[in-house]
Write a protein that binds this ligand. Structure first.
Ligand SMILES: Nc1nc2c(c(=O)[nH]1)N[C@H]1C(S)=C(S)[C@@H](COP(=O)(O)OP(=O)(O)OC[C@H]3O[C@@H](n4cnc5c(=O)[nH]c(N)nc54)[C@H](O)[C@@H]3O)O[C@H]1N2
Ligand SMILES: Nc1nc2c(c(=O)[nH]1)N[C@H]1C(S)=C(S)[C@@H](COP(=O)(O)OP(=O)(O)OC[C@H]3O[C@@H](n4cnc5c(=O)[nH]c(N)nc54)[C@H](O)[C@@H]3O)O[C@H]1N2
Ligand SMILES: [Mo]
Length: 670
């Protein structure tokens, strides 16, 4: 008998700016293929290397299919299968006890970017708010960039429409490996180049984007603000700035230009480790272009000066009036254009006065044995035992017998090993959701394309059933999908005009009703006075965490090519493609100095911990910089340790964000 084959529409839920429209091949109830939707203006018919492997992940034999109850020691990862009634009753009973003994401020939800879907990603917040639990500040990735952007341009992160980049003529990819982490930008960049654009990449890690670009500057980590201030000063000195635009649309420019004077090009080039002549000619190229454009990434903000750096860089297009022209300007994120009424599905009004906020970067300290007031932890859409800073201490906290931990997952991750209850979650192919994007302006909706495997259930289903058992009365927890979509679309914002729930659920992808042409800052900022803020002037900050004789190298950890954070990290074909084990790139001169030239595996040590990794010697890493490529499941690494055993809880200059790119280390023979 032949099994019927269907091609069904979906949306990639992985944490990536591209939020691709997908076509999923389904045979019976199995997912057997996946392609990028040809009719989506940004996806354009191709899926990236990671998403292309999702069918394998979806059908993998080790997917969690039944609720599990811990039988071993904490962290040992031994469980027994139970049914959902038993799991829900058991969790409700223990939680009631914790609430009675310690109150709701002993309960912490921990969740991040497992899915970009709003219903599965954000709506569970309503459960915790109805309970009166701790509020999680989601600082691990984007708050430094957000705070920096919004300090310049006012509320809501938006930027140049990527679909208009074909009109840009001077393109700077600054601190972003766009070909890897935002790969659907590539066709627009290629077309812009065909029409005459040049592309400059600024990154301490020479990667596929450097090779794609016309020019690459291998800048010293964390010195971008100095470079941007120097460029700003030179643009002014050479008459490239748009005085009319600045007079009408900006404030603090005089103060800014005075500060730039402290950064002559030669001084900046020296601090940044760049060629002064190249920087000088860039100033005329960028300043003389009709439509200069800068794409920035979050990766370069993950250090002590990251917020100031992002501010300094993204003021440059304003200085030359680039926002007035199609394709000109800058982009960090497009996410602020999606003016959904998220507060109505997350019960924002129920955050009680006096609720304590927990910075997720500080999870290790928050769970500290002996002192932590946290007694119950719910983890979903995240893998903190691997991705949170100072992860050995995170795992010590997770190992506490007095911490009740519930994990909702697809697989038995390192975090899942520490669960008291490990619950099988649905994938984006098995549940409905609404998707915004941080790299384009199309709102999307996806229905499930297959039924859940085994007993997998959605996050939403789980929290609604638990809420019933606890007698929580928050109505949004019990709404069905069409009603939640209706709530989300009910903000009345003009950019959602004409997008009804029926239309979104029928058409699946709908472009926001943005003005045409979309020139978001052509008339100034979104502050009440409409001015783009050059003051307080961004500064090049000195790092407190300095290289020393003990720790002479700086470690950065940009995204891997074939994984997304740790998602996909247990897919066999992905592990093969990633080289079988995690690696770091070390400059040959650094390897020689450390006595590890040709060593294969090396030990990497920071003040927080020590791990062993395969070393690849290459000038793709700037001298003085160790590049750890991508995250890995700790238990699948040769020493079963996390890259984040090396990182720490230090916060950034703006937005209280993570400093994964800040750590100083040494390497030595393994
Ligand atoms: N393939 C893949 N794609 C991903 C992800 C993934 O894990 N894998 N992760 C997703 C997620 S969660 C996010 S937040 C985004 C992240 O993506 P972004 O941060 O937007 O972009 P990245 O590609 O990480 O670019 C960061 C680049 O900055 C460089 N960098 C580090 N420090 C500095 C510095 O001080 N100055 C300068 N100029 N450059 C610096 C790094 O070497 C890296 O190449 O990507 C998403 N996309
Ligand atoms: N050293 C270092 N550490 C970093 C970074 C770095 O650059 N360097 N980057 C940081 C960044 S940018 C980010 S965004 C974070 C990412 O950290 P996380 O957001 O924790 O991302 P993942 O590690 O991919 O873990 C997501 C988990 O969610 C699960 N999941 C996916 N979909 C669903 C679902 O629908 N329901 C449930 N219940 N689970 C689901 C996946 O199986 C996966 O195990 O890591 C940070 N950590
Ligand atoms: Mo991220």
């Amino acid at each position: 008998m032949t099994v019927p084959v269907k091609i069904l529409k979906s949306v990639c839920a992985l944490d990536c700016p591209d939020a691709c429209a997908l076509e999923i091949r389904v045979e019976g109830e199995r997912v057997t293929g996946l392609a990028g939707a040809a009719d989506h203006p940004v996806t354009r018919g191709f899926a990236c290397v990671k998403t292309a492997r999702y069918p394998e992940r979806q059908e993998q034999a080790d997917r969690l299919l039944m609720p599990l109850r811990r039988v071993g020691r904490k962290g040992e990862g031994r469980f027994e299968e139970v049914d959902w009634e038993t799991a829900l009753d058991g969790i409700a009973a223990r939680l009631r006890g914790i609430l009675a003994d310690h109150g709701p401020q002993s309960v912490l939800p921990y969740h991040y970017g497992g899915t970009m879907g709003i219903l599965e990603g954000e709506s569970p917040r309503a459960f915790f708010r109805a309970l009166g639990a701790l509020e999680l500040d989601q600082t691990i990735c984007a708050t430094t960039g957000s705070a920096a952007w919004e300090a310049n341009y006012g509320p809501w992160k938006i930027g140049t429409d990527p679909e208009t980049l074909v009109h840009a003529r001077a393109i700077v990819l600054w601190g972003i490996n766009a070909l890897r982490s935002h790969s659907h930008l590539a066709p627009f960049l290629t077309e812009a180049r065909r029409r005459g654009a040049r592309i400059l990449h600024i990154d301490p890690y020479r990667n596929e984007t450097s090779r794609f670009a016309d020019e690459h500057w291998q800048i010293r980590v964390g010195t971008d603000a100095a470079l941007a201030l120097a460029i700003g000063g030179a643009l002014a000195a050479r008459g490239h700035i748009d005085r009319d635009y600045l007079a009408a649309c900006a404030s603090g420019v005089e103060e800014y230009l005075e500060a730039c004077a402290a950064w002559p090009l030669e001084r900046a080039a020296d601090v940044c480790g760049l060629d002064a002549a190249a920087v000088s000619s860039m100033v005329d190229w960028f300043g003389g272009s009709e439509s200069p454009f800068i794409q920035v990434g979050y990766g370069m903000t993950r250090n002590e000066s990251g917020g100031n750096a992002l501010r300094a860089i993204t003021l440059l297009p304003a200085l030359v009036g680039a926002w007035r022209r199609q394709g000109g300007g800058a982009c960090l994120s497009t996410s602020g254009a999606f003016r959904l009424a998220r507060e109505r599905v997350t019960a924002a009004h129920r955050i009680a006065p006096g609720t304590r906020r927990v910075n997720m970067v500080r999870l290790a300290s928050e769970l500290e044995p002996g002192v932590s007031p946290i007694r119950a932890l719910f983890v979903f859409n995240s893998n903190p035992a691997a991705v949170a800073p100072d992860s050995a201490r995170v795992r010590a906290g997770l190992a506490r017998e007095d911490l009740f931990t519930v994990v909702l997952e697809h697989f038995q991750t390192d975090t899942a090993d520490y669960a008291d209850w490990l619950l099988p979650a649905t994938t984006f192919l098995e549940h409905a959701d609404v998707y915004t994007s941080y790299g384009h302006y199309h709102l999307q909706y996806a229905d499930p394309v297959v039924p859940p495997r085994g007993q997998a259930r959605s996050n939403r289903w789980f929290f609604a059933r638990l809420a019933e058992r606890l007698g929580l009365d928050e109505p949004s927890l019990f709404l069905d999908t069409p009603r939640l979509v209706e709530e989300l679309l009910s903000s009345g914002h003009p950019w959602l005009a004409g997008i009804t729930p029926e239309r979104l659920m029928r058409e699946k992808s709908v472009r926001l009703a943005l003005p045409e042409p979309f020139l978001p800052y052509a008339e100034g900022s979104h502050f009440p006075d409409g001015k783009i803020r050059f003051s307080p002037v961004p500064q090049q900050l000195e790092f407190e965490e300095r290289c020393s004789a003990d720790y002479p190298l700086r470690l950065i950890s940009p995204p891997g090519a074939v994984v997304v954070n740790t998602t996909m990290g247990n897919v066999p074909s992905i592990i093969r493609q990633a080289g079988g084990e995690p690696h770091v790139i070390v400059h040959p001169a650094d390897a020689a100095r450390a006595g590890v030239a040709g060593a294969g595996r090396v030990r990497i040590t920071s003040a927080s911990g020590s791990i062993v990794r395969r070393a690849v010697e290459s000038e793709d890493a700037r001298e003085g910089v160790v590049v750890a490529v991508g995250q890995w499941w700790p238990k699948l690494a040769p020493d079963r340790k996390s890259l984040n055993d090396l990182t720490n809880e230090r916060l950034t200059d703006l937005g209280a964000g993570s400093t994964f790119g800040n750590v100083v280390v040494r390497i030595s023979p393994a």
